[in-house]
Design a protein around this ligand. Sequence first.
Ligand SMILES: [Zn+2]
Length: 574
Amino acid sequence: MNTKAFLTISISLVAFNLFATEPIDYSQAMRMGVKFFGGQRCGNTHNWLLIDNTNITVSKTCHLEDKYKGIDLSGGWHDCGDHIKVAHTMGYAAVCLLSAYDIWPTAFEDKHSQTYGAPNGVADVLDEAKVATDFFMKSLNNGEFVYYIGRGGEDHRNWVTSAYQSTLTKSEGGNPRECTATSTGGGWQAMNYASALALMSIHYPNATYATQCLAKAKELYVYAQNHRSTNGVYCDEFYGTGNSNIKDEYALAGAIMYKATGELKYKTDATNEVMGLWESNSPMAWDTVADLMYYYMVKMDPNINNGNQSGTLFSFLVKNTDKIMVNANSYGIPWKWFSSKWGTNKLASGCALSLALYAKLIDDGVVSTNNDKSTEALIQNEKIINYMLGVNEFGHPFIHGFKDDMTYRIHHRNAMGRDDNPPSDVKNTTPFKFACGGLIGGPTEEGKFHNLIEDGTFFMETEGGCDYNAPFVAALANIVARKTPFPTATSILKEQTDLLIYPNPAKGTVQIDINSERSEENGLEIINLKGQLVKTVTNIHNSNTLNINDLKAGIYFIKLKTSTQTITKKLVVL
Ligand SMILES: [Zn+2]
């Protein structure tokens, strides 16, 4: 990037900051975004929206009789503000959350245990994701994969909490709910389950659980390889057929399984999946994990391409992020790239995640490019997140209850917390029992948000769910990791946290943390864009506060030489 371009970006950064009247508390947004998943918990899993609801006098559990051929399938996450359980949204959400932890571990803190008691030595996001992975481990038995639990028609009949609903008759959404399995398809959903379990096996601190996760991931992977058919397993009632290309889920699982096991066959599988495949041309959502797949594939092999087609996988990620950047409005929302009016905030959050993934590959030196737009990408990523947090044309956050602002409603029965099946006008006006932290669907068109839970089709603006919050949390993770990381939340600093630089961009001083296992190293070098050494820092410790007042505004690279490799990361000085 030349100096002129950088100046322009600096100015837009300053101008952008004028929008916000006070600093945005990203850590709080992260806490709420993650805890939302605790409000999606089904079964006997300590759903805080039930536990904390003093109106509920029946059991604080739900749907304990979810079973398929006698096998327990309680637990997991409710799909959205309703109470069915759906493989595509649950799988996609778990993959997003666990990838975010894998890529930006320091964005996640350990503030409490899985039941919101004292910290338990496990990052809260893993506590939340474990509810999903526990469930995934029960989903495949005797060659049958369970992908859908409950029935939308029955489930949507009454506006009541999941605990109360469970006491009603079956036709009203109560126990025992129908569990739907396939022995011929469901492969792409099973692959998302495998990806999530493999990521859990890498990061969960309990070795026994991690081993169980990897074993089941392998089993789901084999099932998926042998059952690629998509017939009948889309839960057509709600989700239609989605993006019919399933190779992105397959390749992503192969790349993550390779990371988890080091077994070459997974890398070969993943590479074969993308032969002839080109850019996904759609924002990340429950039916498309392409940009995440590109990230993991490029991490696996920076030059990986799709055979005799038109380029590297990195170039496909660039094509998608270019579309996100070119089509952005002043709030960073790429409206012109959305083909659906449903859950536009969810799509925008997916785009924000894609931008962060692109920047991460460049900033970590995985790829080098002479057309580096990573700074612009991170600015747009932040704008989109800010939009969700209230820096938008409406002046209210789309994270339900962020900064105690409950103006915007969320189509979420457990968050409203009533068991009396109220009429539409009550749903559209009555106070919520909880600020649930859910990402609210979003405007059906630019500048128009109706804030109605029930009225014609406007419920699609107030819908929220696990596949909404997960890309939001993942897209937010890079901001928290850059501005206010939690180095202690990561029990073991891994490859990507050997060198931690924050805040970034920085002014005055910058904090540089180095993995304690690398304490033998002798120094850091700071290199400018021309490749000139501008500073050498010797006598480094695990934690270093560096005065950078002598560095002019601009982009630098910090280089840490270890006995086995050189780690280079970008530092932006303001
Ligand atoms: Zn439930």
